[in-house]
Design a binder for this molecule. Structure first.
Ligand code: XMP
Length: 321
């Protein structure tokens, strides 16, 4: 089944909200539905849309998988509370780190996260809540890349011939599937989300695990999380589409306090893009790059090398995994 794209030029956001709210209400009937909020623009928009359609009958969870950015669960729960939407934070760190143990291959990592999320964590929540439907913010770009075999996006099933009802025991509703990122931002703004949410840069479903090359461990995630804080602080004013830090697996020889230090490498990426299908590295000034490198080697333990990626997408992709 091919999905009919709604381009930004043809997007009537008011009609879309009315139509999708009706569709969701009709599908869920008098039952309950659940959704997971990650704090990204897609899941934030779906949360607002779902609450418009179902009110209290939509139960929203924030799954703390241990691979999110610094302070994220609390920040997102507070934002939604201020918008009148209650979020329950679920501590699922052990499930995710256990699933990622010993996994090195990028696609296997994505699959491990998908299974931990949809089967272990959500399977349990669905059973407890009695929900028959899961609402999620899959967008057209997620489907395109998964179907093309470039990356298994964590949230794509039916287009891969996977029936979520059979695989996980619940149905998935995807109201944003015809949109791309630019359309979702417009929708999120119309649904009353603040600019900090609707203009927030994209963040991948596999979270910081998409930014650790090799096995994902708590220690490595804590390193890449610290580097991410620096990158997000230093590059916020660039207005770039997306920026990130990646922790490499290989070590390189550096020196610290006059002694050899066989240390860690962080790669930085900063992208200009409209909808993530193509992207160009932002031409960052050298003083910005130097400041990033200085702060990262000072603030992130063990790092002796910081590089900046200058490859376009394609052939690069935005995330490293
Ligand atoms: P790539 O790395 O494929 O990323 O060039 C394109 C855009 O998608 C985001 N991304 C994901 N988003 N689930 C998502 O919801 C995923 O599994 C996923 N992987 C990548 C990425 O951050 C970029 O904005």
């Amino acid at each position: 089944m091919s999905i009919k794209e709604i381009t930004l030029e043809k997007f009537n956001v008011t009609d879309f909200i009315e139509e999708k709210a009706k569709e969701i209400a009709a599908l869920v009937g008098d039952g309950v539905a659940i959704n997971a909020l990650s704090g990204g623009v897609d899941s934030s928009a779906v949360t607002m849309l779902g609450h418009k359609a179902l009110g209290e009958r939509l139960k929203t969870y924030f799954i703390d998988n241990g691979i999110m950015r610094e302070g994220e669960p609390q920040r997102i729960a507070a934002l939604f509370k201020s918008l009148g939407v209650q979020i329950e934070i679920i501590d699922a760190q052990d499930e995710f780190f256990n699933a990622l143990k010993g996994v090195i291959d990028p696609e296997e990592k994505r699959e491990a996260i998908t299974q931990a999320f949809y089967k272990d964590v959500f399977g349990k929540l669905v059973k407890e809540s009695g929900a028959k439907h899961l609402l999620q913010g899959t967008i057209l770009t997620d489907v395109d890349e998964t179907v093309a075999g470039i990356k298994r996006q964590h949230n794509v099933f039916e287009q891969l011939g996977i029936d979520p009802q059979k695989a996980f025991g619940y149905k998935i509703i995807e109201p944003l599937i015809q949109l791309r990122k630019d359309g979702v931002r417009k929708l999120a703004a119309s649904l009353g989300l603040p600019e900090s949410a609707y203009n927030r840069m994209p963040f991948p479903g596999p979270a910081l695990a998409a930014r650790v090359i090799g096995e994902v461990t708590k220690k490595k995630v804590s390193i890449v999380r610290k580097a991410t804080v620096v990158v997000e602080e230093e590059l916020a004013s660039t207005g770039a589409f997306q920026y990130m830090a990646i922790l490499h697996q290989d070590r390189v020889t550096g020196m610290r306090d006059g002694k050899r230090d066989f240390g860690l490498q962080i790669e930085l990426r900063c992208w200009d893009s409209i909808d993530a299908r193509k992207a160009t590295p932002t031409e960052l000034p050298y003083d910005v790059l130097y400041k990033l490198a200085d702060r990262i080697v000072d603030e992130v333990p063990g790092v002796v090398s910081v590089t900046y990626n200058i490859t376009k997408k394609p052939p690069s992709t935005i995330e490293a995994i």
